[in-house]
Design a protein around this ligand. Structure first.
Ligand code: DLL
Length: 435
């Protein structure tokens, strides 16, 4: 499998450390001079640009979090005059104002470069037909993949999200080879193909998929790979940092390489805010060191993952992040037990007794929290006896309980009753009103 930019992706780590230091120094100087909000935050922490000499000094700098973007909504953290901003994106967010991000022409070029690396890592090249079923618009998914695919000279098919049957028809007629969308949408596409009588392994030319924008498990990867007959790569990113492309899996599919010449990564303890040693599970924090319009410093992602600097057989020297294990803010605390939806997804898909669609309903009955796991039956199960269905429910309940140490109710629901997603799936309905 090729490497798009070996000079940077396979850079000697000492040289990379130097490069990151250089880029960090100039970024810190720039935000201090151009963004009054940052200057203020740095003054409060008693740190000046001159104090930042190399990557080890990063910890002297203040963190940035979503609230800082809200406080300065919409453009207050931009480090260039608006005349230099050529594009705006925004992320929806479940509460409050959208998070607005901006790009200069050079930022768009940087983004295309890192997306070119990601697509190449997944096996795309100029002969590929890259089918973009991420949404176009304020969401960064569609246009992010689009520019990267054009940069490698692939043929882009910019379908955007939704209209699933048409997507499939286009895949068939236009010969899509690389599918890009959220993992939950990939499963929905596979289901719809079956209904249309299309066998992706025979009727389509798909080879690989690049799926991200929401958490998914190894079990879900196996499901997507076997249903679509492709290799499924995880891709990570967030609007505040640049969009998709911050990290991606290579052919080894064992962690996502972080584009460290553009972003410095740290893992911190979300409670104490102290940086953790490599290999520990904690919150990812990114510092943008090449962005012009919105170079965020120590941005707290709320995403929980682990890093490894073990050598990767692909030849890239960049550190790898694990799959996102959860978010510090979507971790459910149910009767004192910490639960990530992904843990339940793993149990369900590993058992393989149900369809891969589920939803968690959390409620409070009297003083006690309750967890109901609604799981969809497969169409074949639908005609089963009540007793058989109960047996499956019990089996699932037993496995969830022994994995999480938490009692729950499992309810198998009729096929097609759990809402399919065309973008990011909503897995949890929390009725407790705890916030
Ligand atoms: O979701 C950017 C993106 C688009 C990434 C397409 C990958 C593919 P936001 O809408 O700002 O940006 O949401 C960012 O989504 O903090 C994570 O919680 C989650 N996320 C993104 N990629 C992954 C992934 C885009 N591969 C938020 N695994 C992030 C798990 C992910 N979660």
């Amino acid at each position: 499998m090729g490497i798009w930019n070996a000079e940077y992706e396979c850079m000697d780590r000492e040289r990379l450390y130097e490069l990151q230091g250089e880029r960090l120094r100039s970024t810190v100087k720039r935000v201090y001079e151009n963004v009054p909000y940052y200057r203020q935050k740095m003054k409060e922490k008693g740190v000046e640009p001159g104090d930042i000499k190399n990557v080890d000094d990063l910890k002297k700098l203040p963190f940035t979090c979503k609230q800082d973007l809200r406080n300065t909504y919409p453009y207050g953290l931009f480090a260039v005059p608006m005349e230099e901003v050529v594009r705006i994106h925004a992320s929806s967010g479940t509460t409050g104002k959208r998070t607005v991000v901006g790009y200069t022409a050079k930022d768009i070029e940087t983004w295309a470069e890192i997306m070119a690396r990601c697509l190449t890592a997944a096996g795309a090249d100029r002969t590929s037909f890259v089918h973009v079923a991420y949404g176009y618009g304020l969401f960064t998914g569609g246009l992010g993949v689009h520019y990267g695919a054009e940069k490698i000279g692939a043929t882009v098919i910019p379908v955007s999200g939704g209209n699933t049957k048409l997507q499939i028809q286009i895949m068939k007629d236009f010969g899509s080879t690389i599918l890009t969308c959220t993992p939950s949408y990939a499963l929905y596409i596979a289901e719809t193909m079956r209904e249309m009588g299309i066998d992706p392994k025979k009727d389509l030319k798909l080879k690989a998929g690049i799926f991200g924008a929401e958490p998914w498990t190894e079990a879900m990867r196996r499901e997507i790979e076997s249903q679509l007959g492709i290799k499924a790569h995880d891709i990570y990113g967030l609007s505040e940092v640049i969009g998709p492309g911050v990290a991606v899996e290579c052919e080894c599919q064992s962690g996502m390489h972080i584009q460290e010449d553009h972003f410095i990564v740290e893992v911190i303890d979300p409670e104490t805010e102290e940086p953790l040693p490599i290999g520990s599970e904690g919150e990812l924090v990114f510092t943008c060191i090449t962005k012009e319009a919105l170079p965020l410093i120590r941005y707290r992602t709320r995403d929980v993952a682990r890093l490894t600097d073990e050598k990767c057989p692909c030849g890239r020297t960049q550190v790898r992040m694990s799959k996102v294990l959860g978010r510090t803010d979507d971790m459910l605390i149910i009767r004192g037990v910490n639960v990530y939806p992904s843990q339940i997804e793993s149990v369900l898909l590993e058992l393989g007794l149900s369809a891969p669609y589920y939803q968690l309903i959390v409620d409070r009955v009297g003083p006690l929290d309750s967890l109901e796991v609604q799981v969809e039956m497969t169409p074949e199960m639908f005609s089963d006896q009540v007793k058989q269905i109960e047996a499956v429910e019990n089996k699932i309940r037993h496995n969830i309980e022994s994995t999480l140490g938490l009692s729950c109710k499992v309810r198998l629901v009729e096929p097609k009753t759990i809402q399919r997603s065309e973008g990011k799936a909503k897995r949890v309905i929390d009725k407790r009103n705890l916030k």
